[in-house]
Structure formats: structure tokens, C-alpha cells
Design a protein around this ligand. Structure first.
Ligand code: CP
Length: 322
């Protein structure tokens, strides 16, 4: 595996889920695979789960993880091409990436969407430079448009907790005080469309996800109707993806607290589990009552981030050996 951005990069999903079970059951079985190998984890943005689960996964595989916080531990990096570098950015990605690549075997990158320029974000301008200038396998640790390590962990969690062969999974928009990127809902939609589930997306009008991620998923604007009979409720906020109105890209269109997942919402489901990628704003996205209930999977879901990261790194290490 040379890159991990999309569901297609993992190959057959059933095979991947079986492999994830093995990784979870025997996390230290591949300790020799990563011997004398280094993974560089590059963070342009904050993280708790991704940083720690990636480090843990690398250590489980016998690899040496190096974490770099851009702009804090390093110089500030310029990401745009052809600019006169007379501002506060001391180094360009064009030099920094090959230098970082010379110190490692695999690179993971966290680089959020700026939410100002839709084309810049949806072309994955920063992540693509890591592909172009590193010559190393690259993992998106949440980039402008995708968060595949999260989506794989979510799918592993659904597989573990499902009570039906083909469960109903609902992705519900929920309110948030700040404008957030679309990477998590984009990847969740992409992965659920590929999985053996009944998938429904619900959000206020204007929040339609980009067609390459929403695919053929049913979109239901009536949140209560969407949640009827659900087995899993996946709550997430995202800002306007700018599909029908590019000028509104990255804007907050609604803060309607009627969309906060509470006991009334959960009551119309089929005893659904509640999921969220974390970090979560309590009593904005979900009420205390729901997230503190036995239906909440947020902690096992976060724990599965180690499994998903380890599976991806294992595949990349095997690719380096081939
Ligand atoms: N879910 C997730 O990626 O968490 P962090 O932003 O803390 O890494």
C-alpha cells in the first residue's frame, strides 16, 4: 500500500476487517516487521487520538515513531507555490518534505482544510505535495477532505457491535459553535457506501456532502424520519461543503439545537448505539444523557483507532518488503 486516503486503498473490506480482528487479538505478532523502520508523524493541527494511536500502533509493530508539530517544534512551512516568502513562513514544503522523507520510511500527515478556498482544499494541495516530494508511502491523518484512519476505526466498531447482518447506519449533522471541515463526514460516507450497511445521511439543507463522498446514499432532510429504526447514530458537525453554492464554502449555515442528539432522537431508533469521532462538544452535538448512556460507543471507537492505524502501517511495511 503506497497511500491511505480512500476506501479503495484498503482493497477488499471483508479481508481488511478479518485482518483488523487479528491485529486486535495479537497486536505484537508483527513486532519484527517494523524493526529498524521509522514513521514520521507530521502535525499541522492539534490532535489527541490520532497522535497517540498512531504512535502506539507504530510501537506495536516495532517501528520508531517521530512526531513533528509544524510551526511549534519546527519552522513555519509555506504550502503555496510561487509565492514571495516575505512573511512568517521560513521554509517551503518543497524542501521540508524531502528532508523529512530522508529520515523515515513512512509519513503520516495531519493538515486540516483551511475552509477559505474550496479548490485548494478539495485538490488536497498539502497532502499531494507529500506524495509528490517524499517518495514514501503517505497516510492521511486527517487532511483537507478525508480522515480514513477514523473511518476504518468506525467501520471496525460497527462490525464489532452490530446485531443485524445489515444494520441501518445514520450520519446526522449536529450543531457546533465553530466552522469545522468535512473530512470526517466525507470519509464516513465514503466507507459506509462501500460497506454492507443501509446508509442514510441527514442534515439541514445546504450541508450536502460532495458527490464523490455522498455517492448514492439516501439523504433525508427530516432528522427524526432518518433516525427511525437506526442501529447506529453517527453524529458530526461540518461546515457548508459548497456543493450547490461554492461562495458559502466553509460557512456555518445553522446552529439549530433541535439537531442535538438527545434521548428523544434515540427513542425513535432500534435501540441504536451512539457514535462520534471525538473530540465532542457536550450538549451541542449530543446531550450528557446520551453520551453517558450504555448506548455510547465513543470510547471503544477511539480505542479502535490503534487497530486501524496498525492495520494500515502493517500493510505499508509489507509493501516495503515486497
Ligand atoms: N478523532 C480524531 O481524529 O481525534 P483527534 O483530532 O484528537 O486526533
Amino acid at each position: 500500500m503506497r497511500s491511505f486516503f480512500h476506501v479503495s486503498d484498503i482493497g477488499d473490506l471483508k479481508t481488511a476487517l478479518e485482518e483488523a480482528k487479528q491485529v486486535k487479538a495479537t497486536p505484537f505478532a508483527w513486532k519484527k516487521l517494523g524493526e529498524n523502520k521509522t514513521i514520521m508523524l507530521v502535525f499541522f493541527n492539534s490532535s489527541l487520538r490520532t497522535r497517540l494511536s498512531s504512535q502506539k500502533a507504530a510501537l506495536n509493530l516495532g517501528m520508531n515513531p517521530i512526531v513533528l508539530n509544524i510551526g511549534q517544534d519546527s519552522w513555519k512551512l509555506e504550502t503555496e507555490m510561487g509565492v514571495i516568502m516575505d512573511g512568517d513562513k521560513s521554509e517551503h514544503l518543497k524542501e521540508a518534505i524531502p528532508v523529512m522523507a530522508s529520515y523515515c520510511d513512512i509519513i503520516g500527515v495531519r493538515s486540516f482544510a483551511g475552509l477559505c478556498d474550496r479548490d485548494f482544499d478539495y485538490r488536497e494541495t498539502v497532502l499531494q505535495q507529500f506524495v509528490d516530494y517524499s517518495g514514501k508511502p503517505v497516510i492521511s491523518l486527517e487532511s483537507a477532505t478525508v480522515h480514513p484512519c477514523q473511518a476504518l476505526a468506525d467501520l471496525i466498531t460497527i462490525e464489532e457491535y452490530k446485531k443485524k447482518e445489515r444494520p441501518k447506519v445514520v450520519l446526522s449533522w449536529a450543531p457546533h459553535p465553530k466552522a469545522l471541515p468535512q473530512a470526517v463526514p466525507n470519509s464516513f460516507a465514503e466507507w459506509m457506501n462501500a460497506a454492507d450497511v443501509e446508509f442514510v445521511i441527514t442534515h439541514p439543507k445546504g450541508y450536502e456532502l460532495a458527490p464523490e463522498f455522498a455517492g448514492k446514499a439516501r439523504v433525508e432532510y427530516d432528522q427524526m424520519k432518518a433516525l427511525e429504526g437506526a442501529d447506529f447514530v453517527y453524529a458530526k458537525n461540518w461546515s457548508c461543503p459548497g456543493v450547490s453554492e461554492p461562495a458559502k464554502y466553509g460557512q456555518i449555515l445553522s446552529k439549530d439545537m433541535a439537531w442535538t442528539i438527545d434521548a428523544k432522537h434515540m427513542a425513535v431508533t432500534d435501540n441504536a448505539y451512539f457514535m462520534h469521532c471525538l473530540p465532542v462538544r457536550r450538549n451541542m452535538i449530543v446531550t450528557d444523557e446520551v453520551i453517558d448512556s450504555p448506548a455510547s460507543l465513543v470510547i471503544p471507537e477511539a480505542a479502535n483507532r490503534v487497530v486501524s492505524a496498525q492495520l494500515v502501517m502493517k500493510r505499508m511495511l509489507e509493501g516495503l518488503q515486497a
